[in-house]
Design a protein around this ligand. Structure first.
Ligand code: UD1
Ligand code: CA
Length: 465
């Protein structure tokens, strides 16, 4: 039986930010949400989060994001009013975990790159050896700022010394404390009241607890990048780069072509089918899925959208939308607000669609805006066609039937319904419904005045002084 506790009360002074450090974002999730997702596979029986600095904001953010996970136990927030150190943070759990018989996995809220397998291994080692505590350690090329871990050849822990409390010789040790611990709770609960502030920061250190426990084991993580803690914006950016190369390497192994991967970003929530090609400067975000054989980019942003098979998207932005197979989007199109296209549509150059549904083989190929519009199959929207969907107060719908064509530069003033097989003459401003099988012309007739010309200047009365 395992409960988890995440330490998220600190401000994170080194971020130089009003926002609590653990709420800083990295690829669509905050740091603490990454930590929470890394422990899901452990199936904790309870999930506690120690909050302090701007605790209401942290609680609100986490409650919203975690409500999508009904299979996990609800988050329990424990307030640490003053941040007197990591040991003090864990002391706040004492009344909440009274009588708890299992193990407690404690994680710092600023360690977002942990792999679930690593935590499983830590837990297995802890339980198999019946340890009082087991801590995750790593050998860092640059251990500066981390607590140093001293252990025997049998992996038995002797001491953890914070960087600022280390002697010059102790600083030579590159084995560091990752800030991820597994404790037999009953043992830790007994030891917590004994912590002192006898150190450089005058804080209660959780790391001191291990001095009073036995046996305590250290488990080295294989890939030290997993345990990098985020303390400043440079480390945040570095961690994002690591996260991105993990995600992109994985997709390339699964049969996705990434052209110039370093210029591409892909959230871990994205799904790609084989033979998708992602071109440079393209960003795939949120709950986005892309079907086999599609080519996205260069220069495109796709967010929370479903893209079918064999679609091309070139220099375009697509959000909250659905694009059916074989369609061509761009260059320079913007689809937003629940657009749904049929198959083999062509959208762009310079076209904006908002909350618009198109049938199959419908084209909106040049310089148009369609908002709150439904168009059928094989409709051709002429260059520069605009739906005037907003009367200054309300938005209104436009309906266009199958096989209809709008002439260049027509304006459809909504609410308006255009039937099937309709032709709209170029330059028309349509304010009334058009029945099926009609030509609609709504513009002033051209007037020709033969022989008309401007009178010569000398004949005109001058108004100049
Ligand atoms: C801590 C460890 C250090 C380890 C490093 C790994 C201690 C004493 N030191 O140092 O050995 O190498 O993590 O990243 O534990 N927090 C609270 N309440 C507090 C203080 C901190 O909730 O009173 C939270 C912070 O929000 C943060 C986490 O605990 O998420 C770690 O705090 P931080 O100040 O970053 O600890 P480090 O100095 O990095
Ligand atoms: Ca830290």
């Amino acid at each position: 039986m395992v409960a988890i506790a995440i330490l998220a009360a600190g401000r994170g002074t080194r971020m130089k930010s009003d926002l609590p450090k653990v709420l800083h974002g990295m690829g669509g999730r905050s740091l603490v949400e990454w930590v929470l997702s890394s422990v899901e596979d452990i199936h904790p029986v309870r999930r506690l989060v120690v909050v302090g600095y701007r605790h209401e904001l942290v609680m609100e953010t986490l409650s919203d994001s975690q409500s999508e996970n009904p299979n996990l136990p609800a988050l329990e927030f424990v307030e640490q009013r003053e941040q007197l150190g990591t040991g003090h943070a864990v002391q706040q759990l004492l009344p909440h975990l009274k009588g708890f018989e299992g193990d407690l996995l404690i994680l710092n809220g600023d360690v977002p790159l942990l792999r679930p397998q690593t935590l499983k291994l830590l837990l297995q080692t802890h339980q198999k050896n019946r340890n009082a505590a087991t801590i995750l350690t790593a050998q860092l090329p640059d251990p500066k700022g981390y607590g140093r871990v001293f252990r025997t050849d049998q992996n038995l822990l002797q001491q953890i010394v914070e960087d600022r409390d280390c002697t010059p010789t102790q600083k030579q040790n590159h084995r560091i404390n990752a800030g991820v611990y597994c404790f037999r709770w009953a043992d830790l609960a007994r030891v917590l009241p004994q912590l002192t502030t006898n150190n450089d920061q005058k804080e209660y250190y959780l790391t001191d607890a291990v001095n009073y426990m036995k046996p305590v084991m250290a488990v080295d993580v294989e890939d030290y990048q997993e345990i990098l803690g985020i303390n400043d914006r440079k480390q945040l950016a570095d961690a994002y780069t690591i996260l991105q190369s993990r995600i992109k390497d994985e997709w390339m192994r699964k049969g996705i072509t990434l052209v110039d991967p370093s210029s591409i970003t892909i959230d871990d929530t994205v799904e790609l089918e084989p033979d998708v090609v992602i071109e440079p400067q393209t960003h795939l975000r949120g709950k986005t899925a892309i079907g086999a054989g599609s080519r996205i980019g260069p220069g495109s942003l796709i967010e929370n959208s479903q893209i079918g098979r064999n679609v091309t998207v070139l220099y375009s932005v697509v959000t909250d939308s659905f694009i059916a197979e074989g369609s061509r989007i761009g260059p320079y199109a913007h689809l937003r607000g629940h657009v749904k296209t049929g198959s083999h549509c062509r959208i762009g150059n310079f076209v904006e669609l908002k909350n618009t549904k198109l049938g199959d083989r419908t084209n909106v190929a040049h310089l148009s805006y369609l908002g709150d519009t439904t168009a059928g199959n094989q409709v051709n929207i002429g260059a520069g066609t605009i739906t005037a969907n907003y009367d200054g107060v309300k938005k209104h719908p436009t309906h266009i039937g199958d096989r209809s064509k709008t002439g260049s530069n027509s304006v459809l003033v909504a609410p308006v319904t255009i039937g099937q097989d309709v032709n709209i003459a170029a330059g028309s401003t349509i304010t009334e419904d058009v029945p099926n099988d009609c030509l609609a012309i709504a513009r002033a007739r051209q007037v020709i005045k033969p022989g008309w010309r401007l009178k010569p200047k000398s004949d005109q009365k001058s108004t100049d002084n």
